[in-house]
Write a protein that binds this ligand. Structure first.
Ligand code: PLP
Length: 411
């Protein structure tokens, strides 16, 4: 008898986005004239910058000539891109990395999911709550986490570390020691960040407790405050305890092109069953060279163009476009008396629902009364109840229109 991986059956269905879709479809059917604005999705709306398009075109042309054609590339990525990453994303911030510590991929989501391949099923996992659901679901799939019921909902038995307005969204160190800790800063969904000293506390904890930090810096490009670290490796000794995931998706509009990278420092060592310390970089290299055949040459040339002076300027313009949306949204929501968080160094605004409205009640009212779609916080974890996520990734005109509706909203 052929058996499937039962862990997949343990996953609760991802109701969030399908429930949103159902509600929006029903609303549209009963209000065909309504112009619905979506501030719910996490996808970008700006097109790819011209300098990146140029790089794509010329890489495509190279593929058509025998002298410049490329077949399989290095599984870890081309050195032309690894070098640019090391130089611009790390050296410029005082972090020394070797190019063979950088693994190029088709995006952060794949790496975040695949990293479980090299980690034992015995590891105890911790996440901050609310959380990007991929961290939880991939651990359930990998058998490192089970499912439990709480308040009529199904959650994983992962250690959830609450991040709410009560602790100003700065996670407290866990009471129970986890082996693996996921941290995402700037955070999706709350849009909040950690200061250097706050992140340092987690690195010190991992060093003292022999824990591994999986640091997701997909929104790093949206940081503009000086005292917020862009990389966990800005914290002393973090290379001994952390893997960092980066993405070009939100930085440069690569959600459809697909490219990201993962840093696995050579000084990071974790134990095997016998307690012997193993170099994680070697294991990840083995995993990637066995199961992955590299990111396409064309896409890596496109990613390289981000680091040219013109590329940096052009992607910065898009980032500022989104952050202008964030500022406008924040001002408007504050003016109608809502309490909100994030949106300064991240493209997400985390709204506290007024009058103890549940996340879904707030969703219904925003949809019915303003024809605007957002994301109920409860969909991101138990501590997301009573909150609501809005994104700044919409078109400017739509954001302005949304604001004019919200301004006249009687909550
Ligand atoms: N990490 C976080 C926190 C995200 O929000 C997302 C996408 O929304 C990703 C990773 C995935 O990025 P990529 O498009 O590179 O797979």
């Amino acid at each position: 008898m052929v058996l499937i991986n039962d862990n997949y059956l343990r996953l609760p269905e991802s109701y969030l986005f399908s429930d949103i879709k159902k509600k929006v479809t029903a609303f549209k059917a009963s209000h065909p004239e309504a112009k619905i604005i979506s501030l719910g999705i996490g996808d970008v709306t700006r097109p790819i910058a011209p300098v990146i398009i140029e790089a794509l075109h010329s890489a495509v042309d190279e593929m058509g000539h025998p002298e410049t054609f490329r077949g399989y590339g290095p599984e870890q990525g081309y050195s032309f891109l690894q070098e640019k990453i090391v130089e611009n994303d790390f050296k410029a911030r005082g972090v020394e990395l070797d190019t063979d510590e950088v693994f190029i991929s088709d995006g952060a989501k794949s790496d975040i999911g695949n990293i479980g391949d090299i980690l034992s099923v015995k590891n105890k996992i911790a996440v901050t709550d609310p959380v990007y659901p991929v961290y939880v679901d991939t651990n359930v799939m990998g058998g490192r986490a089970g499912i439990m019921e709480k308040d009529g909902q199904h959650w994983s038995d992962i250690i959830y570390i609450p991040c709410t307005s009560e602790n100003n969204f700065v996670p407290d160190l866990p009471a129970q020691r986890p082996d693996v800790i996921y941290l995402c800063y700037p955070n999706n969904p709350t849009g909040t960040t950690l200061l250097k000293e706050e992140l340092e506390k987690w690195v010190d904890y991992a060093l003292e407790n022999d824990s591994l930090i999986l640091f997701d810096a997909a929104y790093e490009a949206f940081i503009h405050d000086e005292n917020i670290p862009h990389s966990i490796y800005e914290i002393p000794h973090a290379k001994r305890v952390a893997i960092e995931f980066r993405s070009f998706s939100k930085t440069a509009g690569f959600t459809g092109l697909r490219c990201g990278y993962t840093v696995v420092p050579k000084s990071l060592r974790i134990s095997d069953e016998s307690g012997k310390r193993v170099e994680v970089n070697k294991l990840w290299n083995r995993r990637q060279t066995t199961k992955f055949n590299g990111t396409s040459y064309i896409v890596q040339r496109a990613a390289e163009a981000i680091y040219s002076p013109e590329g940096k300027k052009q992607i910065q313009e898009s980032i500022e476009y989104y952050m202008r949306n964030a500022r406008l949204l924040k001002n408007c929501l504050q003016n109608i008396g809502l309490q909100l968080y994030g949106g300064d160094n991240a493209p997400y605004i985390w709204v506290k629902t007024p009058n103890r409205l549940s996340s879904w009640k707030f969703f219904d009212r925003l949809l019915n009364e303003c024809h605007i779609v957002g994301t109920p916080g409860i969909g991101f974890g138990p501590s997301g109840e009573g909150y609501f996520r809005l994104t700044a990734f919409g078109r400017y005109e739509d954001t302005v229109e949304a604001i004019s509706r919200i301004q006249n909203w009687k909550l």
